[in-house]
Design a protein around this ligand. Structure first.
Ligand code: ATP
Ligand code: FE2
Length: 379
C-alpha cells in the first residue's frame, strides 16, 4: 500500500472513530481484519528486516479510565505525548461517560499526533495500548482503536499492563535500575519489587487506593475532582495534627477507615488541618510499609511513581525513608506521574525488543490484570 493511500485510510479511520456513538466504526475494522488477518496471525512477519540496529518507534494509546492519551516514542525518547482528561461534573468517574469521553477525544488526539510526526507513519514499528487493568468500557474503546491502527499499518500489537507501565516509566526516565517501587495512584497502591521474571507485590492496600482516599475526602469537602492536588494545597496551611486511625498490617495497609474518620471531622475542625492530618497519617503508613520492604529486600533504590507521586509531602517523606535506609531515591517527573500514553509506548519499546506481541484475536482486554500476573520478559 502506498503512503498516500495509507494516509487516506487513516483519515477514513479517524472519521469512523468519530462515529463511535452510532457504532458504525467497527465496520472499518471488519474490512481491515479480512484484508490483514493472515499477516497478523504471524506477527513476526510484520517487523522490518533491518530492525537489528534501529531504535523501535512505538505508537502508544492510554485509556484505562479518565485519560485519553496518544504518544510516539523512539527508543527511550518521547517524541510526542498528547492527552485529554475527563473530569466528572459531580462525584467520581462514571465508566460509560468516561468511555464516551475517550471515544470522542481519541480521533483528534490521533490527528494531532499524525500531523506532528517528524517522519512518515510507515516508520512506526508497533502499536501499544493499555490492555488493563481499568474500567471495562474505557479499555474496550482503547483496544478497538489500537487494533484498528495496528491492522491499518500492518504493524504488531502490544498489550501493556498499565501498572507495569507506571513502573517502567520510572526505570526508563530516572536512573533507577532494580528499585523498590512505591506505586501510588487513584486505583492502586502497591509496593513492587522484581524477582524471577515478574514484578512481585510485597504490600498493597487492602481496600481503597491512596489517591481514591484523597479524592473521596476532597469530594466530601466540595473540592473539584481529582481531590488529591487540592488536598495537598490545603494541607500546606494545616498545623494541627488531629487524631485519626493508622492501619498497617505487615507491608499492607488500609485507608477507608481513616477517610471515614476524617469526614466525621468536617463540621468540627479547620479544613486545612483535616487535609494536613489525612496526608500525615496516610503517608506515614506508606512510609512505614516502604521502610519495612526496603529493609527486607536490600534493594539499592526507591522509586515513587503513579499520579500521587506528584505530591511534594509524599516525596519528602519517601526521601527521608530512602536516606534512613541508605538507598537512592527517585521519583517520576510531575508531568508524567499521572496517566499518560508515553509510559505505554515506552513499555511497548521494551516489549517490542522481546517480540512480546499479541494478535488481534488474542487481544481481549483484562480489567483486573494484576501487576504480579504479567510475564516480564524484558527486565
Ligand atoms: P491507576 O490505574 O494507575 O490507578 P489512575 O486512574 O489513578 O491510575 P493516575 O493519573 O495514575 O490515574 O493517578 C490519579 C490520582 O493521582 C488521583 O487520585 C489524583 O488525586 C492523584 N494526584 C494527582 N496529583 C496529586 C497530588 N499533587 N497530590 C496527591 N494526589 C495527587
Ligand atoms: Fe495510572
Amino acid at each position: 500500500m502506498s503512503l498516500i493511500s495509507k494516509k487516506a485510510l487513516l483519515k477514513e479511520l479517524i472519521n469512523s472513530v468519530q462515529d463511535v456513538k452510532d457504532r458504525s466504526w467497527p465496520n472499518i475494522m471488519i474490512g481491515l481484519h479480512v484484508d490483514y488477518v493472515d499477516t497478523l496471525n504471524s506477527n513476526s512477519k510484520l517487523i522490518d528486516t533491518d530492525m537489528e540496529d534501529k531504535k523501535p518507534i512505538i505508537l502508544g494509546f492510554e485509556g484505562t479510565a479518565h485519560t485519553a492519551g496518544v504518544a510516539v516514542v523512539r527508543g527511550e525518547e518521547i517524541i510526542l505525548n498528547e492527552s485529554e482528561t475527563y473530569f466528572p461534573p459531580l462525584g467520581g468517574i462514571h465508566p460509560r461517560e468516561a468511555s464516551e469521553f475517550l471515544g470522542k477525544h481519541f480521533p483528534t488526539l490521533l490527528e494531532t499526533i499524525i500531523a506532528n510526526l517528524p517522519f512518515d507513519v510507515e516508520k512506526i514499528d508497533a502499536v501499544a495500548f493499555s490492555r488493563g487493568p481499568g474500567l471495562g468500557p474505557c479499555l474496550r474503546i482503547t483496544a478497538t482503536i489500537a487494533r484498528a491502527i495496528s491492522l491499518l499499518l500492518k504493524k504488531p500489537l502490544i498489550g501493556v499492563n498499565h501498572c507495569v507501565a507506571h513502573v517502567e516509566l520510572g526505570r526508563i526516565i530516572t536512573p533507577a535500575v532494580d528499585p523498590m517501587v512505591l506505586y501510588c495512584s487513584g486505583g492502586n497502591t502497591q509496593l513492587i519489587s522484581f524477582l524471577n521474571g515478574k514484578y512481585r507485590i510485597l504490600g498493597e492496600t487492602l481496600d481503597i487506593a491512596i489517591g481514591n482516599a484523597l479524592d473521596t475526602l476532597g469530594r466530601k469537602l466540595g473540592l473539584p475532582h481529582p481531590g488529591g492536588p487540592h488536598i495537598e494545597r490545603k494541607a500546606k496551611t494545616g498545623k494541627k495534627l488531629l487524631p485519626l486511625p493508622y492501619t498497617i498490617k505487615g507491608m499492607s495497609f488500609s485507608f477507608s477507615g481513616v477517610v471515614t474518620a476524617a469526614q466525621k471531622l468536617i463540621s468540627q475542625q479547620d479544613v486545612a488541618d483535616i487535609c494536613y492530618s489525612l496526608q500525615e497519617y496516610t503517608f506515614s503508613v506508606l512510609a512505614e510499609a516502604t521502610e519495612r520492604a526496603l529493609s527486607c529486600t536490600k534493594k539499592e533504590s526507591l522509586l515513587l511513581t503513579g499520579g500521587v507521586a506528584a505530591n511534594m509531602r509524599l516525596q519528602e517523606m519517601m526521601q527521608n525513608v530512602a536516606t534512613e535506609q541508605s538507598v537512592e531515591f527517585f521519583v517520576v517527573p510531575k508531568n508524567l506521574a499521572g496517566d499518560n500514553a508515553a509510559m505505554i509506548a515506552l513499555t511497548g519499546v521494551r516489549m517490542f525488543e522481546k517480540r512480546d506481541f499479541i494478535t488481534v484475536d488474542q487481544s481481549h482486554v483484562k480489567s483486573r490484570w494484576r501487576t504480579d500476573n504479567v510475564e516480564v520478559s524484558w527486565f
